[in-house]
Design a protein around this ligand. Structure first.
Ligand SMILES: [Zn+2]
Ligand SMILES: [Zn+2]
Length: 445
């Protein structure tokens, strides 16, 4: 093989999503040369999500995505990538450390054989990463984020965990003993990209492909909270691992999506971190040290005296009549949230584009602003009593950032309008929180 061909990044992003990629165009000698396939695919994420919304509406007469759930999923995806502003991903860093010091043999980076071995290796390791993320509570605390949506659509694919990468790196290290890091860096991205398009209910049975590949039907079962769906179908690209290791389940009765106990909130940091606090509280309730430790190591359904994964007897029964938690909110508030979310998305995009030119302090400040915005949006959707006060504070931060050029308005020509809009919003929230305070005081009197 002659080595890597200069990729056409647009078509590459789309093809990588469906694993339609050749070894010749995606084998590189150095990690630095591996394209950012996930980044290149971003326009296709957006395009496919819009397509799903349109086709879903035409097919079912109802939107397949709701604003509150979709925004929470995209926000989780944004938060999961924030650590990359400050460091290289844990998985690749650990992989390169082991490769540099402990490799046993060096498979040639420009051989198609090595490319296919790396593909199988990454997919096999992913199966175990994913399986243990469901079977070990402390890792589940990270992975539950991905399962916290009560819907199953393309936005659900983006609902990723902030903390999962801090444990998943361990599982890929055996590969680092033989396979060059640049191939790992490419395949870990292909594996992630492939799993985007399978998060949809609009694609049904894919015939013989269902035997070998992970498909929308198989992964749909993985997202179910019906007892027959729990701890099943862990595969990334291939489903053969589930068939081999006895964790495969085909779709039977209607799948109800989400966590066994839904969290019923859109507060984004709670979505990411609540299960760690739950585990801590749960472990302190047990008397013996072994039970306290086993709370973190055994499965989420485990209890003292039960097998490692527990049983599902105490889980709430699924009837098929469940309705997802989806609060109703006024159209002006929906528009307000969407506009301010897009402004934060613009800042998020800018900071990733320009991270090499920005100081660490500026990056930290902009990251905090994005987190503050996403948190405040969650408070608004949840209609929390403190939402108005938090939103007021956030607007002050935003106007300051707009004034000093740390963020751009949606359209540069509209900067005056944007600031006026922001100021009016500020006034609106100030008045609303004031009237809320007055009504609380009245009630107290
Ligand atoms: Zn999972
Ligand atoms: Zn999924």
């Amino acid at each position: 093989m002659a080595g890597a061909v200069k990729p056409d990044s647009v078509s590459m992003g789309a093809r990588a999503m469906f694993f339609m990629i050749t070894p010749n165009e995606s084998s590189f000698q150095k990690v630095e040369d591996v394209p950012q396939y996930v980044q290149q695919a971003t326009p296709f994420f957006i395009g496919l999500m819009v397509l799903e919304l349109v086709v879903g509406f035409l097919k079912t007469g109802a939107p397949v995505v709701t604003l509150s759930d979709g925004l929470t999923s995209v926000s989780a995806g944004m938060i999961s990538r924030l650590p990359l502003l400050f460091m290289r991903g844990c998985e690749l860093t650990a992989y390169m450390f082991v490769w540099d010091r402990y490799r046993l043999l060096e498979l040639p980076w420009d051989s198609a054989w090595t490319w296919w071995i790396a593909f199988l290796g990454v997919d096999f390791c992913y199966y175990w990463v994913h399986r243990l993320a469901h079977e070990v509570s402390i890792i589940w605390a990270a992975h539950q984020v991905h399962h916290s949506s009560e819907y199953y659509n393309l936005t659900t694919a983006l609902r990723q965990s902030l903390t999962q990468q801090f444990t998943s790196w361990i599982f890929y290290l055996p590969m680092a003993l033989i396979a060059p890091p640049a191939l790992f860096a490419a395949h870990i991205q292909f594996n992630l990209l492939y799993q985007f398009w399978i998060h949809t209910e609009l694609i049904k049975d894919l015939g013989p492909l269902e035997w070998v590949f992970n498909t929308p039907t198989h992964h749909k079962v993985h997202h179910g909270r019906n007892t027959y769906c729990l701890d099943k179908n862990y595969g990334g690209i291939l489903i053969i691992w589930d068939r081999l290791f006895g964790t495969f389940a085909a779709e039977k009765e209607k799948v109800v999506f989400g966590l066994v106990s839904p969290i019923n909130t859109f507060e984004i940091l709670y979505v990411q971190l609540h299960y760690y606090l739950y585990l801590l509280r749960r472990s302190t309730a047990f008397k013996t040290i072994s039970d306290k430790l086993l709370t973190f190591i055994n499965g989420p359904s485990w209890k003292p005296g039960k097998p490692r994964l527990g049983d599902y007897i105490d889980n709430p029964k699924v009837t098929g009549q469940e309705v997802p938690h989806d609060p109703s909110w006024s159209l002006p508030l929906q528009m307000y949230v969407v506009i301010h979310f897009l402004l934060a998305l613009g800042t998020y995009h800018d900071v990733f584009e320009n991270k090499m030119m920005l100081s660490q302090l500026t990056i930290l400040g902009m990251t905090c602003y994005v987190l503050l915005t996403l948190t405040s949006m969650g408070f608004l959707i949840d209609k929390r009593p403190r939402a108005a006060v938090l939103e007021m504070l956030r607007c002050v931060v935003m106007v300051t950032m707009l004034r000093y050029g740390y963020m751009k308005p949606l359209l540069p020509a509209l900067i005056v309008t944007t600031e006026a809009f922001v100021s009016l919003s500020l006034l609106y929230w100030a008045l609303q929180s004031f009237s809320q305070m007055l009504s609380i005081k009245k009630k107290a009197n």
